[in-house]
Design a protein around this ligand. Structure first.
Ligand code: PLP
Length: 456
């Protein structure tokens, strides 16, 4: 990769120094932070303040589905800013109306209304509120190995260690195990067994929690941050059936998996199920302006025809964010971005990662679809011991991520996994370039495996 590196300028040094003095960052002990200063972004690339160019295989927070600085989205925001920057949620506004139409048009039949939020956690928060009010029940079920956001209901639903420090006597959040054959909680050996046993486990959880107390089951269609685990055939249909049987609202959290990431507008389209509520954010406008929301089915929406919906946000349906959504959805449709993610995922990323798995003992499993892939990295293929502990990191992971960055590749990592999640607009040449780098730097991690240390 060609990179032109220059020294940090006085301006970018100031950016860095002010960040360290005044910016309080997410999910971090502040003392040890050393953030990259990003000065430019275009398409699948970003540049740091020393002119070094990186291929963005992270899409930042897996949100820049349309790539950086897409001209149609930038123009839509500029045009909207010239017309009207903001207006209260109570008023009708052309950008908001049009964004709602475009989203509802892509949702399944019978889901026609959109409640807008400023991001994913607020979407989950409001979906849970709607389900509770609609059913008159309190409890909400979600899986271990999930992420739903950092606000109160969303973090309590979350099934990863970030929840642990946020549990302050919140009642009514129950976790269960979703299907995950590679690390099966049910000792399954086939996908069929995993589906059957995971559904039996959920059925029992519902029975023991009391079906009449459960408002909703919240599921990431394809759990994202927790490891990109496409559900086995029949699992989501089984969840739908259990929800129908017990009058439980099925909330599909499509915040990360929606809007093209899996090669469809919504990931549940792969599994032939229709949820009652859909939460979305990220890819809806690629995060150019913060936006999220809930798509409601007609029955739940009708609950609030006469009854007041007791929820709202100053920025619900913010015109700049909605204009960005209109620009992004229109461009994604016109330019075949969803099809690009599906085709290149199937023809380029999947096969190449499978070949890498043959050559790198550190790769325990390759999972994914569209532009949504994970490498499950292990110390030993037989024991499947992860390359970093649950909720932690390791020297091996640090070296691997550092080597990728040095070679001009930004990756999304979580514990012992590397996720391959470039923009859905990525080209075949860019994918090959990034996968070549990944192939090369994985040798660094191979050295930490039992196979690698035996070779030394
Ligand atoms: N739900 C899922 C599946 C997510 O991946 C995320 C964020 O990564 C959220 C909810 C929370 O979204 P936000 O960070 O916009 O609040």
């Amino acid at each position: 990769m060609t990179t032109t590196e220059t020294a940090r300028t006085a301006d970018t040094q100031r950016t860095y120094d002010l960040d360290r003095s005044h910016v309080f960052h997410s999910w971090s002990a502040q003392g040890a932070l050393d953030p990259m200063v990003i000065t430019r972004a275009q398409g699948s690339y970003v540049w740091d303040d020393q002119g070094k160019k990186y291929l963005d295989f992270s899409s930042q927070m897996v949100n820049v589905n349309i790539g950086h600085q897409h001209p149609a989205v930038v123009q839509a925001i500029k045009d909207q800013a010239d017309r009207i920057c903001t207006i209260a949620p109570a008023h009708a506004n052309d950008a908001r109306s049009e964004a709602a139409r475009l989203i509802a048009e892509r949702a399944p039949e019978g889901l026609e209304k959109v409640f807008f939020t400023s991001g994913g956690a607020e979407a989950v928060e409001n979906a849970v509120r709607m389900a509770r009010l609609h059913t008159g029940r309190n409890k909400v079920l979600s899986t271990y190995r999930s992420y739903h956001g950092a606000t109160s209901a969303a973090i309590n639903l979350t099934g990863d260690p970030r929840r642990w420090a946020n549990e302050f006597g919140n009642a009514g959040y129950v976790h269960f195990f979703g299907p995950f054959l590679y690390r099966s909680p049910f000792h399954s050996e086939t996908q069929e067994q995993e589906t059957e046993r995971a559904l039996a486990h959920l059925e029992q959880t519902i029975a023991f929690e009391g079906p009449g107390t459960i408002a909703a089951i919240v599921l990431e269609t394809v759990p994202g941050t927790a490891g990109i685990m496409p559900p086995p055939p029949g699992y989501l249909a089984g969840v739908r059936e259990l929800c129908d049987r017990h009058g439980i609202v099925y909330i599909a959290d499509e915040v990360m998996s929606g809007f093209g990431r899996t090669g469809k507008w919504f990931a549940f389209e792969h599994y032939d199920v229709v949820p009652d509520l859909i939460t979305f954010a990220k890819g809806v406008n690629s995060g150019y302006v913060p936006l999220g929301g809930v798509v409601l089915n007609n029955e739940i929406a009708a609950t609030f025809d006469e009854r007041v919906y007791p929820g709202g946000l100053t920025y619900s349906g913010h015109p700049l964010a909605c204009a960005a959504a209109v620009g992004a959805i229109t461009a994604m449709t016109d330019e075949g971005v969803i099809e690009n993610a599906a085709t290149l995922g199937e023809q380029v990323v999947g096969p190449r990662l499978a070949t890498m798995a043959e050559n790198h003992p550190v790769i325990g499993e390759v999972r994914g679809l569209g532009m949504f892939w994970a490498l499950d990295l292990v110390i030993d293929r037989d024991t499947r011991e992860p390359l970093a502990p649950y909720g932690g990191t390791s020297a091996a992971m640090g070296e691997l991520i550092g080597a990728a960055k040095k070679s001009g590749l930004l990756v999304f990592s979580n514990y012992h996994r590397i996720h391959v999640v470039p923009p859905c607009t990525v080209t075949e040449a860019e994918l090959t370039q990034g996968l070549d780098i990944l192939d090369e730097v994985l040798h660094v991690a191979d050295a930490h495996t039992t196979a690698g240390s035996n070779q030394r």
